[in-house]
Design a binder for this molecule. Structure first.
Ligand code: ME8
Length: 478
C-alpha cells in the first residue's frame, strides 16, 4: 500500500485559552483525541492530531495585564505550559497551532476576505451583553440574576457598529446535513439538542468587534477587530495549509473528528459549519461533545479557580494512571464528579491490585516454575470489544471489558492454585500460564492507546528471552 492509499484521519481538540495553565478539563479533551489518534495510527491510517492555544482577545489581554506582562509574552509562557503538560501526560499531537503564529494570521485574513466576497457579511448595529469569560454575547434569558452563570460575572453592555454574518440563512441546510448524518453530532442527545435549537430559528451573528483588545484587525476595516471565536475556529483549517499548501489542505479536510466540551457546541455545530459553507468548504465530518467534570459537585473552571492540576497528578500517580482514571471514571459524553480520592481508589484497586498484581503473579510463576520459558499461544479471550468500544469513543466500556478479563484471570489462578498443582501436574500449570501470558500480551495491545507506557512495559517483559518476575507496575499509594 502506498502512502497516498492510506486512509487519512484528522482529529482536533479545542484550542485552549492561554489565560492560565492547563487544567484537568483541557487535559480530558486532549487525552481523548490522543487515544483516538493512537488507535487510528495502529490501524495504519495517516493520522493528523492537532491541538493548540487560543491567544487573542480581551480575556487574555486582561489576564496578562493582571500578571504585569505583555499579552504575547504572557501567551508564550502559558502556551509552553500546555505543550509541556501534554508531553508529561503522554499526549503526542502531530501539530500544535497558536493563533498568534504567522501561518494562522495569514489564513484568517484569507478566510475573512473570502467571507466578505461571499456576500454573507453586512454592517449593522449591535447592542447586547458581552461576557469576557465566555468571549461571547449572552441573551438576557441566558443570564442568572444579571450574571453569566458560567463565570459568575456581570457581562458588559456593548453597543457598537459591527460586521454581521447571515447565519440565519443556514438553518435548513444545517438541519439537512445534521439529520442525515452527513455532519455527525455525537453523542446522540447533543444531535437532538442542536436540531431543536436550529428549528427555533437562527439569528445573524456579529463577526467583528470595535473594542476588543489584542485581536486581529479586519482586512478591509482597520477600525474593527475579528471576533476571537471566528479567529479560533479557523485554526482547524489554518494548521493544515489553508493559505499556504492547498494540496495538504485538500488531503486532510474535512476533519474527521472535532473533540470538544459541551460548553462550545453551538460554535462548533452551528456557526462553524455555516461559515465553512459560506466560503465553499465542507463542514467537518463529526463533532463529539463530551461532558463536564465537577469537583465535589461544583463546576470546575479556570475562572472559578477550583481546578485540579493534571501534571501534579501524573507526577504522583504516573501518566497512565491519570489517563486510565479520567477515561474510566466517567462515561465519555456524560458529566461526572472527580477528585484525587477517587483516583486513589481506582489506582490502588484497578491498577495496583488488579492489572499490576495479575502481571506480577503470572510473571513470578513463569519464572519460578518454568525458568522463565513459556510457549506463545493465542489469547484465551477475545478482546475485540475493547478496541471497538475505544473506536466508538466509549472508553469506559472498553476498559470495563478489559478489567473483566483481569478478574477472570485472577479467579482462574485462585481456583487452579498452580503453586499446589505444579508438582503433580506441571503440564496443566504450563498450559494455564501460557494462556495467561497470551492474555496479558493481548491486553497490553488493546490497552496501548490509553496506557502506552504500561503496554510497553508489559510487552517488553513478555517478549524477553526469559520472563522474570516483574516489579510492581503500579506501586501502592497510601
Ligand atoms: O473555549 N470538564 O477555550 P477554553 C471537562 N478557546 N472539560 C472541560 C472542563 C471541565 N470542567 N473545563 C474545560 C475555549 N474543559 C476556546 C476554544 S476552539 C476553536 C476554541 C475543556 O480554554 C472542554 O474541552 O475555555 C472545553 O470545551 C474546553 O476545555 C474549553 O477550553
Amino acid at each position: 500500500m502506498t502512502d497516498s492509499d492510506r486512509k487519512k484521519f484528522y482529529i482536533t481538540t479545542p484550542i485552549y485559552y492561554v489565560n492560565d495553565k492547563p487544567h484537568i478539563g483541557s487535559a480530558y479533551s486532549t487525552l481523548a483525541a490522543d487515544v483516538l489518534a493512537r488507535l487510528h495510527r495502529s490501524l495504519g491510517e495517516d493520522v493528523l492530531f492537532l491541538t493548540g492555544t487560543a491567544e487573542h482577545g480581551s480575556k487574555i489581554a486582561e489576564s496578562a495585564e493582571r500578571a504585569g506582562k505583555k499579552p504575547q509574552e504572557f501567551a508564550d509562557e502559558n502556551a509552553a505550559k500546555f505543550s509541556l503538560a501534554w508531553d508529561i501526560l503522554g499526549i503526542a499531537p502531530d501539530d500544535f497551532i497558536r493563533t498568534t503564529e504567522e501561518r494562522h494570521l495569514k489564513a484568517v485574513n484569507l478566510f475573512f476576505t473570502k467571507l466578505k466576497d461571499s456576500g454573507k457579511l453586512y454592517e449593522g448595529e449591535y447592542e447586547g451583553w458581552y461576557c469576557v469569560g465566555c468571549e461571547s454575547f449572552k441573551k438576557e434569558s441566558e443570564l442568572v440574576n444579571g450574571l453569566c452563570p458560567l463565570h459568575n460575572r456581570k457581562p458588559e453592555l456593548v453597543k457598537e457598529k459591527n460586521w454581521f454574518f447571515k447565519l440565519s440563512e443556514y438553518g435548513p441546510v444545517l438541519l439537512e446535513k445534521i439529520k442525515n448524518d452527513e455532519f455527525r453530532i455525537l453523542p446522540h442527545a447533543r444531535k437532538n439538542e442542536m436540531i431543536s435549537f436550529i428549528e427555533q430559528g437562527l439569528e445573524d451573528i456579529a463577526v467583528s468587534r470595535r473594542t476588543a483588545k489584542f485581536a486581529m484587525p479586519l482586512p478591509w476595516d482597520k477600525e474593527q477587530t475579528i471576533y476571537v471565536w471566528l479567529d479560533e475556529l479557523f485554526n482547524y483549517c489554518s494548521a493544515i495549509g489553508y493559505e499556504s499548501d492547498r494540496e495538504k489542505f485538500d488531503h486532510y479536510w474535512p476533519a474527521d473528528f472535532h473533540i470538544i466540551g459541551k460548553d462550545i457546541i453551538k460554535f462548533h455545530c452551528i456557526i462553524w459549519p455555516a461559515l465553512l459553507l459560506a466560503i465553499g468548504e465542507q463542514p467537518p465530518k463529526a463533532v463529539f461533545a463530551h461532558g463536564f467534570f465537577t469537583f465535589g459537585g461544583q463546576k470546575m473552571s479556570k475562572t472559578l479557580g477550583n481546578v485540579i492540576d493534571p501534571v501534579e497528578l501524573a507526577q504522583k500517580y504516573t501518566p497512565d494512571a491519570v489517563r486510565y482514571f479520567l477515561l474510566r471514571e466517567v462515561p465519555f459524553g456524560h458529566d461526572g464528579d472527580i477528585s484525587e480520592d477517587k483516583l486513589k481508589v481506582r489506582y490502588n484497586g484497578d491498577l495496583a491490585n488488579g492489572l499490576g498484581n495479575l502481571f506480577s503473579r503470572v510473571t513470578n510463576m513463569v519464572e519460578k516454575f518454568f525458568d522463565g520459558d513459556i510457549e506463545t499461544v493465542k489469547s484465551p479471550k477475545d478482546l475485540t470489544e475493547v478496541t471497538e468500544a475505544f473506536y466508538n469513543l466509549d472508553f469506559s466500556h472498553g476498559l470495563e471489558v478489559a478489567w473483566q478479563a483481569v478478574a477472570w484471570a485472577d479467579a482462574l489462578i485462585d481456583k487452579a492454585k498452580p503453586w499446589e498443582l505444579v508438582k503433580a501436574e506441571p503440564d496443566k500449570v504450563r498450559e494455564l500460564l501460557r494462556n495467561l501470558v497470551a492474555l496479558l500480551a493481548d491486553l497490553a495491545l488493546k490497552l496501548s492507546p490509553i496506557m502506552p507506557d504500561t503496554a510497553n512495559k508489559i510487552r517488553q517483559h513478555l517478549e524477553a528471552e526469559k520472563i522474570v518476575k516483574s516489579e510492581p507496575l503500579f506501586p501502592k499509594v497510601n
